[in-house]
Design a protein around this ligand. Structure first.
Ligand code: S3P
Length: 450
């Protein structure tokens, strides 16, 4: 990844229609959780379709540092020999989670209630992100954290010697925080209760149940109440990771924007806590259909078909949908730039603390490309220019953020002049086959000389 190497400038430009099948990689959220829960089970968990992006590979390496055996059998097939709940050993190295907020926050939770000291670090992006949102609730279990000012990495966590279970109301809509508390609750006696006011992705709850933990979910006036019984023996699982809807978003949006396109994206996870973008695009008038809806491994999946959709209109995206599409706003803002009228996105403060400040990153690039963007702390609007009316002709900063890099490259496929990004290296964190996959569909995206 280029955060540890030379930047990889890339350029996208208009070309012919995009056509064919886009086999996007495995779901990043589910891949992290499969490795972590596999490491906390007793025995061998088998995983197929694991995302082999840098974020997930870093989590796999971390699990090895805690004593699990993680084996790559090739072709996306992996196994994890777990050490059981409470069985993590103290790593003899710093745990480097690279670019991954999900990786570090979930691992902090998983290790927080075992009596070991662990030091975490990451790249420049991760080391600037807030960790207090996780270390605050972990302190309630008895975990102590010492990090840099503002709760930033590098940071050492001293696991609780005698963890006590916790009741915690998550103050921000964050699946990472919810999951960190639940994973910490695994090694605390008694019941850990996590309450979220807004539903966020629920892969941890689903997977905990699959591994044999006693976990219940109840919708109440207080919010979604998740109750976990501590100190279970987790049973190893066979997990087929569905393809990632957040990665599917890029070829889907590209197909909507490029004249004459027709792209099928098979076998996409459509968990309702993740599918908000696709419903938003349909409301905007996208020719996007779900074919062959089915359930696989406890998750709803479908094949998505996206066709060129030049009649899209801007809409108000309801704030209650934000959590189900939080990673997709950057690429939605690109689609909005080509739609007729304004797209209004509210309740999106969390976008400011992702791999980059995603509102600022997209706003700056879109404005430079001739698109009107307005913004406040937790909202932004994009005033669409209509198809054929977006100038482009910019080099955008990707800011160590894979989704910013890919979003601007999608912009370049449909804008009048090419769009470059200063560094496409971060794309490998979540979508290592992005360039080949887009090229196979017919997209004109290339690495550019520096
Ligand atoms: C994720 C949760 C989200 C999301 C991230 C993956 C997860 O982050 O942005 O890409 O797998 O739990 P937050 O929990 O910070 O919203």
């Amino acid at each position: 990844m280029s955060s540890h190497g030379d930047p990889i400038p890339m350029t996208a430009r208009q070309g012919g229609p995009l056509r064919g099948e886009a086999l996007v990689p495995g779901d990043k959220s589910i891949s992290h959780r499969a490795l972590i829960l596999g490491a906390m089970a007793v025995g061998e968990t088998k995983i197929s379709g694991l995302l082999e992006g840098q974020d997930v590979l870093d989590t796999g390496r971390a699990m090895e540092a805690f004593g699990a055996e993680v084996v790559n059998h090739g072709g996306g097939n992996w196994s994890v020999h777990g050490v059981g709940v409470g069985g993590f050993c103290e790593p003899d190295q710093v745990i480097d989670c690279g670019n991954s907020g999900t990786g570090v926050r979930l691992i902090m939770g998983a290790a927080a209630t075992t009596d070991i000291a662990v030091t975490y670090t990451g790249d420049a992006s991760l080391n600037s992100r807030p960790m207090g949102r996780v270390t605050d609730p972990l302190a309630l279990f008895g975990t102590r954290a010492v990090g840099r000012a503002g709760g930033r990495l590098p940071m050492t966590l001293l696991g609780a010697k005698e963890p006590t279970p916790v009741r915690y109301v998550v103050p921000v809509p964050s699946a990472q925080v919810k999951s960190a508390v639940l994973l910490a609750g695994l090694n605390a006696p008694g019941e850990t209760v996590v309450i979220e006011q807004e539903a966020t992705r629920d892969h941890t709850e689903r997977m905990l149940a699959g591994f044999g933990a006693e976990v219940s979910v109840e919708d109440t006036d207080e919010g979604r109440v998740i109750t976990l019984k501590g100190q279970p023996e987790l049973r190893p699982q066979t997990i087929a990771v569905p393809r990632d809807p957040s990665s599917a978003a890029f070829p889907v949006c590209a197909a909507l924007l490029v004249d004459g396109s027709d792209v099928l994206v098979p076998n996409i996870g459509l968990n309702p806590t993740r599918a908000g973008l696709f419903y938003t695009l349909q409301e905007m008038g996208a020719e996007l259909t779900f074919e062959n809806m089915r359930e696989e491994g406890g998750e709803p999946v479908a094949d998505l078909r996206a066709r060129y959709s030049p009649a899209m209109k801007g809409i108000n995206v309801p704030p209650e949908r934000a959590a189900s599409m939080i990673d997709e706003y950057p690429v939605l803002s690109v689609v909005a730039a080509f739609a007729e009228g304004q797209t209004v996105m509210t309740g999106v403060k969390e976008l400011r603390v992702k791999e980059s400040d995603r509102i600022d990153a997209m706003a700056q690039g879109l404005r430079a490309a001739g698109v009107e963007v307005d913004e406040g702390e937790d909202w932004w609007t994009v005033t669409g220019r209509g198809f054929g009316q977006v100038a482009g002709g910019i080099t955008a900063e990707s800011r160590l953020d894979h989704r910013i890099a890919m979003s601007f490259l999608i912009l370049g496929l449909a804008s009048n002049a090419p769009v470059s990004v200063d560094d496409g290296g971060p794309i490998a964190t979540s979508f290592p086959i992005f360039e080949d996959l887009m090229a196979d569909l017919g997209a004109q995206i290339e690495r550019t000389a520096r």
